[in-house]
Write a protein that binds this ligand. Structure first.
Ligand code: NAG
Ligand code: NAG
Ligand code: NAG
Ligand code: NAG
Ligand code: NAG
Ligand code: NAG
Ligand code: NAG
Ligand code: NAG
Ligand code: NAG
Ligand code: NAG
Ligand code: NAG
Length: 752
């Protein structure tokens, strides 16, 4: 059986219609407009994929069991991006379905924890606000029955939905996608880097390819423009489309690869940055006058063998009730693309690492690291390699525990008193993973007592929750419900005294903020509630192995979810300092956590609300509940086959807002009405990437160590210590850190 992965050379042969060498100043949309009227672009894709498979002798892999769930049978065929967009735009507008879809989503958005804050963002939140409820109304207004719809095709409608519900929300826990957005993934033909000569002076932009030559003192020429746009403006504009980051520097960093991101099996560049228009070529102008042109690629992820038109595509992949196979979630493709093997480029040999190397530990022999240990965790997910004998999913707790424990013991035995915690590119994962690491670093004083994260949570106390909770509680008292969303909530959220809430009403509150928004009572979460097996404790000692001032955290701002929780606890509760890498070329501070600082992520998959027509309390007027059936437009599922449908929509949202909490004093740290997601929290210091840091990850650790304990300097304006050194405090918010680029007007925008 032959199974060939995509070879770059075959991209060119697929570009059937020759590309006229577009002038760099030609605006991308002008160019792609040429492809709008080609005959049945979806049919062309079908032909191109078939030809590509034949030319490359690709035979679909026979997969069974777990493999069938995890691995696509064929590698994705490369095509011209404009052809992919032309195909998507050839799907006619089904205005009735679109309207129903908007109605379907309206009650769901009320569950997103940040809705109230987004409607009126506080100073220090560095993105534009959005009114999600109004946004859906704005979209519905373009689809009024009896009027000419304002959307020329289904894709334009879905794009508006995507901008509203993904880009503007700027929260990686929110996922409200259409399957039509998962049929292709897009890749630029060239990678860029943002490099400072010394880590302190403002960076310039280069081709990543130039990195490898710079070891021999070759001096590459910086880029001046991309696709005819001045280089910095090009990147700032592009980063605005990156949905998962509330922080502009984290958004900016998503555009640039690093060694740590390469080494991370779970790191996927957000492909949605290209969704709203992606050129066929990338034209790069350099200061030395050279202009280079690179072909970009769309990868066909779906099976097009029966797709001849946009209508076919919609019938097969677009409908909520379709029964044909769905495409795989992109994450699974990503693992398969990398063959579940993490890169080691630029990394020294670890002391120990977990099987998929989400955790790598280092006790380096060089004199520079004599007193320093490095714990690099680039993800809190261990990706299971279906090819490996010992799957890691079931055992990851024990593996993570063993490695953390062995690493700490060996660090102490070799007299290493300092710890670098490298969390670059860490997009989060399982809370058990972070809990194990946290408890090893700061063991609870009494291991026999239940342990909690020093963080309290609040949900929105919205009318749907209120009604569902009250209704289910009344049913439960009549023994009418055994498994319910309510039970799951009251198992998860417990009082700050570590007891169960005595009733739903007790949990619900509400607590009102100064603007009159209602939230549930502050709750701890029961971190042990979802465990399959007990945590493999106790740690060897109740003494913290490292003093807080001997720990330094380094991030690239791309720290989300579980990473944000660990970093928030270590900084807000234990006073550990942070260093942020990269970001916009500004002499200003940067936030260490630029992505979602909240959790957990929750889903409507399997969600069943009580029937309001058969309820003890009537549903209040104006309140609608989530429907339990399939959404009118199909959502991509984690499960690869539509036949495995679980009920409800595969829509994810963030359940609770988080606040750092002093467990001993029983007090919220900082403003108790300003959750972490909305707080401005600069890192203690910022450094830019250097050429060396792009070649050797140890160059980053040396620089970090020098700043933390050796009197090294930070980027001007990014720290509070004397002479530009790291200080005990962080720089407070100033207007200078705001994003000068805005998404501007559109459905849901506050700017009307
Ligand atoms: C200009 O700089 C680019 C990027 O470093 C390089 O690839 C190219 O060869 C240079 N051109 C000339 C004429 O030296
Ligand atoms: C695509 O679908 C067709 C028809 O359902 C099937 O025969 C074929 O094996 C599929 N191809 C791949 C690569 O899965
Ligand atoms: C899918 O739903 C559409 C619209 O509700 C309906 O017209 C169509 O018959 C359904 N198809 C199947 C296979 O159930
Ligand atoms: C994928 O990795 C496995 C080992 O985990 C190896 O046996 C196999 O050859 C690799 N496949 C490819 C296509 O590189
Ligand atoms: C963890 O360490 C214990 C004790 O050394 C050992 O028995 C166990 O097999 C290890 N577990 C894993 C998953 O490595
Ligand atoms: C660690 O330090 C102790 C006390 O200073 C010393 O006795 C021991 O030899 C050192 N161990 C190593 C591995 O350097
Ligand atoms: C109600 O549920 C509880 C707990 O599941 C059970 O012990 C009790 O017998 C039930 N009562 C009735 C009347 O079914
Ligand atoms: C927690 O305990 C304190 C002291 O006993 C009590 O005053 C408070 O009401 C309790 N809070 C909750 C939410 O149960
Ligand atoms: C937390 O969860 C554990 C495991 O399910 C359970 O034993 C414990 O009672 C829970 N704590 C509270 C306060 O409900
Ligand atoms: C908040 O809750 C109070 C008390 O239940 C209620 O009167 C008020 O209308 C709610 N506010 C909002 C914005 O829903
Ligand atoms: C109403 O609810 C009761 C109790 O859950 C159930 O037995 C009954 O079948 C329901 N009636 C309808 C019409 O759904």
């Amino acid at each position: 059986m032959r199974f060939i992965f995509a070879v770059a050379a075959s991209v060119a042969s697929l570009i059937a219609i020759p590309l006229t060498s577009a002038h760099p100043l030609l605006h991308p949309t002008q160019r792609s407009a040429r492809w709008m009227n080609v005959d049945e672009p979806c049919g062309q894709i079908r032909g191109l994929v078939a030809k590509w498979m034949a030319d490359n002798e690709i035979v679909p892999k026979e997969l069974s069991g777990l493999f069938e769930l995890l691995q696509p049978p064929v590698p994705p065929a490369p095509i011209r991006p404009s052809l992919a967009f032309a195909c998507l735009k050839s799907i006619p507008l089904y205005a009735d379905v679109a309207r129903k879809h908007v109605d379907y989503l309206a009650p769901l958005v009320e569950w997103q924890s940040t809705v109230d804050y987004l409607r009126d963002p506080p100073k220090g939140y560095l993105s534009e606000g959005v009114d999600l409820t109004q946004g859906l109304k704005d979209i519905a207004a373009k689809l009024q029955p009896g009027k000419k719809p304002k959307y020329p095709n289904m894709f334009e409608f879905l794009t508006d939905l995507h901008t509203l519900l993904s880009t503007r929300v700027r929260d990686g826990h929110v996922s409200i996608r259409s399957l039509l957005f998962d049929l292709f993934t897009f890749e630029r033909g060239v990678q860029f880097v943002s490099i400072s000569d010394d880590g302190l002076s403002l960076p310039r932009f280069y081709l990543r390819d130039d990195v490898k030559y710079t070891a021999d003192r070759y001096v590459p020429s910086p880029i001046t423009a991309v696709n005819g746009v001045a280089v910095l403006n090009f990147f700032l504009g592009l980063s605005l489309q990156s949905s998962g980051s509330h922080d502009p520097d984290a958004r900016f960093n998503t555009l640039f690869p690093t060694l740590s991101k390469d080494a991370n099996l779970n790191h996927a560049e957000p492909s949605d940055i290209y969704t709203l228009g992606f050129e066929d070529t990338t034209i790069v102008e350099f200061q030395n006058g050279t202009i280079l042109k690179f072909d970009n690629t769309a990868y066909v992820r779906a099976n097009f063998s029966t797709v001849s038109s946009g209508t076919d595509l919609y019938n097969i992949y677009g409908q909520g009730n379709g029964t044909t196979p769905s495409t795989f979630a992109t994450g699974l493709y990503h693992w398969a693309d990398k063959n579940w093997t993490a890169s080691h480029d630029g990394f020294p040999a670890p002391f120990k690492a977990t099987p998929s190397e989400s955790m790598r530990t280092f006790l380096l022999p060089e004199a520079a690291f004599e007193d320093t240990a490095v714990l690099a965790i680039n993800s809190f997910v261990e990706a299971e390699n279906p090819n490996s004998e010992t799957g890691s999913t079931m055992y990851f707790r024990r593996q993570v525990n063993n490695i953390t424990q062995d690493f700490i013991a060996a660090a102490r035995a070799s007299n290493r008193t300092k710890l670098i915690l490298d969390l670059q590119g860490n997009g989060g994962g399982f809370t058990d993973y972070l809990t194990i690491v946290y408890l090893h670093l700061f063991p609870p004083s009494d291991l026999t007592k239940p342990y909690n994260w020093p963080i309290v949570h609040q949900m929105r106390a919205h009318p749907q929750l209120q009604w569902i909770g009250t209704e289910l509680e009344s049913r439960q008292s009549k023994n009418l419900s055994t498994a319910s969303p309510l039970r799951a909530l009251l198992d998860l959220y417990i009082t700050p005294n570590n007891t169960r809430w005595s009733s739903f009403q007790d949990f619900l509150g509400p607590v009102s903020d100064s603007a009159g928004n209602n939230f549930t009572h502050y709750s701890l979460i029961n971190v042990t509630v979802n465990q399959f097996d007990p945590f493999p404790f106790p740690p060897t000692s109740v003494e913290p192995p490292f003093a807080p001032e001997d720990i330094i955290i380094v991030t690239d701002g791309e720290c989300a979810s579980a990473c944000a929780i660990l970093t928030s606890i270590l900084t807000n509760i234990h006073g550990v300092k942070t260093i942020a890498l990269g970001g916009r070329p500004l002499n200003q501070p940067m936030q260490a956590i630029g992505q979602v600082k909240a959790g957990p992520v929750n889903t409507f998959r399997g969600f069943v609300a009580p029937d309001p027509n058969n309820a003890s309390t009537p549903l209040p007027p104006g309140v609608t509940l989530p429907l339990s059936g399939k959404p009118p437009i199909r959502m991509p599922d984690v499960l690869p086959r539509a036949s495995l449908y679980l009920g409800g929509a595969n829509v994810d949202y963030n359940l609770g807002n988080m606040f750092p909490y002093d467990l001993d004093k029983g007090e919220i740290i900082g403003d108790k009405h300003l959750p972490l997601q909305m707080r401005y929290e600069a890192a203690h210091c910022k450094l830019f990437f250097t050429w060396e840091m792009m070649r050797e990850v140890t160059a980053i650790w040396k620089a970090v160590k020098e700043v933390a304990w050796g009197g090294g300097k930070c980027v001007k304006g990014s720290s509070t210590g004397p002479d530009g050194r790291i200080g005990d405090k962080t720089v407070t918010y100033s207007k200078e850190v705001e994003d000068k680029y805005k998404l501007g007007k559109g459905p849901g925008s506050l700017e009307r």
